[in-house]
Ligand binder design. Structure first.
Ligand SMILES: CC(C)(COP(=O)(O)OP(=O)(O)OC[C@H]1O[C@@H](n2cnc3c(N)ncnc32)[C@H](O)[C@@H]1OP(=O)(O)O)[C@@H](O)C(=O)NCCC(=O)NCCS
Length: 153
């Protein structure tokens, strides 16, 4: 069952987030490391535009979303990363995080939330989450990440 709350990032979330990124299975080591650095930057870089929301259940950090206003735009935001620990998939945690992001973007005057993802089979769960929330595909760049790996916006 869900019973999940979302809250701001704390330093004690760094390790659980880094470990869920490695457990996700569809991120390379470099992608997981970069995602972890972005999480740390959201607390430690003074000029960061990154914001992080963490999903917690029974005192355990089970997922997070990292997002921010896109530079040089008026009201456009990017969802840079979202991930839930594989042990907890399919419990509505991804959806809860996405709704919380949308809520914060809206309250901050955001008009558009852009999400980029991969067309690969192992990103099916992510695409499904976005489509179920009503996101429509604005573009597809064939072979963007590598041959056979498209970028979907
Ligand atoms: C994409 C991702 C974040 C989704 O997280 P999640 O917590 O499993 O997502 P949800 O549980 O909200 O939704 C998944 C399923 O659970 C179902 N669900 C939603 N609420 C539920 C609830 N309360 N109880 C049971 N199931 C529920 C949803 O209907 C959905 O099923 P569907 O696909 O058949 O519609 C997760 O798969 C993940 O971390 N993937 C690896 C990282 C990744 O690819 N990130 C995206 C990069 S672009």
């Amino acid at each position: 069952m869900t019973n999940v709350m979302t809250r701001r990032l704390q330093r004690s979330d760094f390790e659980p987030i880094e470990s869920l990124l490695r457990a996700a299975g569809n991120f390379t080591e470099v992608e997981a490391a970069t995602a972890g650095e972005m999480v740390r930057a959201s607390l430690d870089e003074p000029n960061t535009t990154y914001k992080v929301l963490v999903a917690e259940r029974d005192g355990r950090s089970l997922g997070y979303a990292l997002f921010g206003q896109t530079a040089f735009t008026d009201g456009t935001w990017d969802l840079y990363w979202i991930a839930v620990h594989p042990d907890a998939h399919g419990n509505g945690i991804g959806k809860t995080l996405l709704l919380a992001v949308e809520d914060e973007v809206r309250r901050s005057g955001g008009r558009i939330l852009v999400i980029e993802t991969s067309g690969r089979a192992d990103y099916e769960k992510a695409r499904r989450l976005y489509e179920r929330r009503g996101y429509t595909r604005a573009a597809q760049i064939v072979d963007f990440y590598r041959e056979g790996d498209d970028k979907l916006i």
